[in-house]
Design a protein around this ligand. Structure first.
Ligand code: HEC
Length: 135
């Protein structure tokens, strides 16, 4: 128990040092520490610079959607892209507005599947906001 707590504290302190590449496992760690509650402590400590980190519950949800909808099969779990440079989404937020991202997800094109019939408007919104935070 005690040791668990310590590990959690350490994980959140190291949060800012750990690069984007390990965000996914980190989120798992934080989620485990939060014990399924709203994770208020992680949210209050997040400075603006790391607001993009998936400690934001909406972004955690978006990341889940990204996995469950198989986006990762083409874009990769680290967003580096698996089927060509155009599928790299690591800085998609500096290229496209969240609206443009939403449109791409809805309408697809250029190898990107159409998602407007499989994902709700709200979920597309979450995904777009999250991807738009990737700058
Ligand atoms: C079958 C492979 C595939 C899947 C699955 C896929 N994409 Fe894509 N995606 C692509 C390709 C290829 C492009 C580049 C399209 C182009 O050149 O216009 C792309 C482009 C994008 C872009 C625009 C990137 C840019 O810089 O213009 C976004 C945003 C995006 N995908 C998000 C998603 C999301 C979110 C999902 C899951 C809901 C998803 N993709 C699933 C293949 C895929």
């Amino acid at each position: 128990m005690e040791q668990n707590k310590k590990a959690c504290t350490r994980a959140s302190q190291n949060k800012y040092l750990i690069g984007a590449l390990v965000i996914a496992p980190m989120v798992l760690t934080l989620a485990a520490c939060g014990g399924g509650t709203s994770g208020g402590s992680a949210a209050t400590k997040t400075p603006a610079a790391t607001a993009a980190a998936e400690s934001n519950p909406a972004f955690v949800k978006a990341q889940e959607l990204f996995t469950t909808n198989k986006c990762i099969s083409c874009h990769g779990v680290d967003l580096a892209g698996k089927v060509g440079p155009k599928t790299n989404l690591q800085k998609v937020g500096s290229r496209l507005s969240s609206e443009q991202i939403a449109n791409k997800i809805k309408n697809g094109g250029g190898g990107m599947p159409v998602y407007k019939t499989t994902i709700s408007e709200e979920e597309i919104g979450l995904l777009s906001e999250w991807l738009n935070s990737k700058k």
